[in-house]
Design a protein around this ligand. Structure first.
Ligand SMILES: Nc1ncnc2c1ncn2[C@@H]1O[C@H](COP(=O)(O)OP(=O)(O)OP(=O)(O)O)[C@@H](O)[C@H]1O
Ligand SMILES: [Mg+2]
Length: 246
């Protein structure tokens, strides 16, 4: 397994948000975590990325293994430097006053000591532009002038620029018109197919998530209540009722 989450507990102060969840992702898989508001999706991703919000969350139990070794003591920037795991956070967090291209280039900053940085940056940049032609068209434009959907693509592009083996996306469909959303998922699927990029995607939009992923887990108030292939989850009466609109 590339990533293994074992009985993970996460708390904000005295409040436990994840009550011991376990799941695993193999190299080259697309896996989704679905759940309603407050289920603990973002808390899970922040914990895996080793990126506490300013106010927490703190891992209070369990373990996170990457290629068999615990990353609980590993810092977020180390995960990026070693091209292990990159997060596309909830909301877009792009630099509004930088151009699209500068936003993409700056994402390789953690690799600044890599003597091949320039070559690698050029190659990945080309890849990102081929996946998202819209970003290429807008490459000289300031980030803040992009539409919401284009900003979301840019946020995904930035995560790809880190060259990580695995990326995690926190509600990437949020605020995207269907056309842009499908463009984005198609690009990610292509990357998964061609480069074996491992993807963990968190969604409230269960239908979209189950179409995109091979299998998934359902998170409810800090616990995993169902797991299975996307087809199994989509056919599960409880999942249908609660997350697929009946
Ligand atoms: N900074 C915080 N301080 C205290 N509690 C928090 C904090 N952030 C999240 N929580 C709580 O942790 C629980 C899980 O929140 P989380 O943001 O992980 O949910 P989510 O599944 O991502 O929800 P959404 O779909 O709304 O983004 C919620 O009960 C939430 O209120
Ligand atoms: Mg969230």
């Amino acid at each position: 397994m590339l990533l293994e989450v074992k009985n993970l507990k996460v708390a904000y102060g005295n409040i436990e948000a994840l009550h011991g969840i376990s799941f695993a992702i193999d190299t080259g898989e697309i896996v989704t975590l679905i759940g309603a508001n407050g289920a603990g999706k973002t808390s899970t991703l922040l914990s895996l990325a080793r990126l506490p919000r300013p106010e927490g969350p703190l891992v209070s139990g369990g373990d996170i293994l990457y290629e068999g070794a615990s990353i609980l003591k590993t810092e977020a920037h180390t995960l990026i430097q070693n091209k292990m795991l990159a997060l596309v956070p909830e909301g877009r967090h792009i630099f509004g006053n930088l151009t699209v291209e500068e936003n993409l280039q700056i994402a390789t900053y953690p690799h600044r000591r890599d003597i091949n940085r320039a070559v690698i940056t050029g190659e990945i940049l080309e890849l990102v532009y081929s996946l998202f032609p819209r970003l290429y068209e807008r490459r000289k434009q300031r980030g803040e002038l992009l539409s919401g959907g284009e900003q979301q693509m840019l946020a995904v592009g930035r995560a790809l620029m880190t060259g990580s083996k695995m990326i995690m996306l926190d509600e990437p469909s949020m605020g995207l018109a269907p056309k842009l959303m499908y463009e984005m998922f198609r690009a990610l699927k292509q990357l998964n197919f061609v480069k074996h990029l491992t993807i963990l995607v968190v969604e409230q939009n269960a239908k979209v998530a189950l179409d995109f992923a091979g299998r998934g887990y359902v998170l409810k108030t800090g616990e995993i209540i169902a797991a299975g292939s996307s087809a199994e989850l989509a056919a599960n009466p409880d999942v249908k009722k609660a997350y697929l609109g009946g």
